[in-house]
Design a protein around this ligand. Structure first.
Ligand SMILES: [Zn+2]
Length: 248
């Protein structure tokens, strides 16, 4: 999915889709700190059946304020209400965040064509993607670009590549606990079960640990991850709380 940035001497325009979570915060911090590209940051206030959007929005604004001390960048927000599939006891509309993020990213590239976006950063970890996920992102950009062919066609860029699959030690019991949680609480019939392997969770935890360690403490303390927060406090009960216990 990721393309190397060509001509590193030339300043590029990069759109970072930013959630306030570990992945997109690391991607944004790295781009601001290590490159001189023009950075456009966009946060989607994704109103689904949970009220997670409130803590994500507070966190995003807080992190953006912090990161603007590194260097200035453009920041915008949009609101999407997705109440689809709300009867699904195993997750509902949250299953398809990615298509929403890609759609809005494409809209920004097309509608705000003066930004001449070269690259879109969606902060999906390499280890979490199968071929169909990668094809989906590329196809979606192709289809939307064909509607407005005169506009520059962006590419997906992955600034998190270097953190991928770093080896670390994880207790086997913890991996089994995480895997069982996913299989019994998060996966609906439509999701291919064969993608849910022990190795997948080992890769995710090792990659995220490496990313977390890369961040300065001021950012580490701000990251949001809980799926069902209460007044910005984590629940200590959801999948992400279980996962991040072994990362932070
Ligand atoms: Zn939680």
């Amino acid at each position: 999915m990721s393309e190397e940035i060509e001509k590193p001497n030339k300043t590029k325009n990069i759109l970072v889709m930013f959630s306030g979570g570990l992945d997109s915060t690391t991607a944004l911090y790295k781009l601001l700190k290590e490159t001189n590209n023009n950075i456009y940051v966009h946060h989607i206030i994704l109103k689904d059946t949970s009220n997670r959007w409130k803590s994500e929005l507070d966190t995003s604004r807080d992190i953006v304020k912090y990161l603007k001390n590194i260097r200035p960048f453009d920041y915008s927000e949009s609101t999407v209400e997705v109440q689809l599939n709300s009867e699904d006891p195993k997750g509902g509309s949250r299953h398809d965040d990615n298509s929403t993020v890609l759609f809005i990213a494409n809209q920004i590239c097309l509608v705000e064509s003066y930004k001449r976006i070269d690259y879109i950063v969606i902060s999906e970890l390499e280890c979490e993607q199968d071929k169909s996920t990668k094809d989906y992102a590329t196809d979606m950009i192709d289809v939307m670009h064909k509607r407005k062919w005169s506009v520059k066609k962006p590419k997906i860029y992955d600034p998190l590549k270097e953190f991928n699959n770093n080896k670390c030690t994880i207790d086997k019991d913890i991996i089994n606990k995480i895997k069982n949680y996913v299989l019994s609480n998060l996966i609906t019939q439509e999701t291919p079960i064969d993608l849910i392997t022990n190795q997948l969770f080992i890769n995710i935890i090792c990659t995220k640990r490496k990313m977390y360690q890369y961040l300065p403490q001021g950012l580490q303390n701000k990251i949001v991850y809980c799926r069902t927060p209460n007044n910005n406090n984590k629940c200590n009960n959801c999948f992400n709380c279980l996962l991040y216990e072994n990362i932070v």
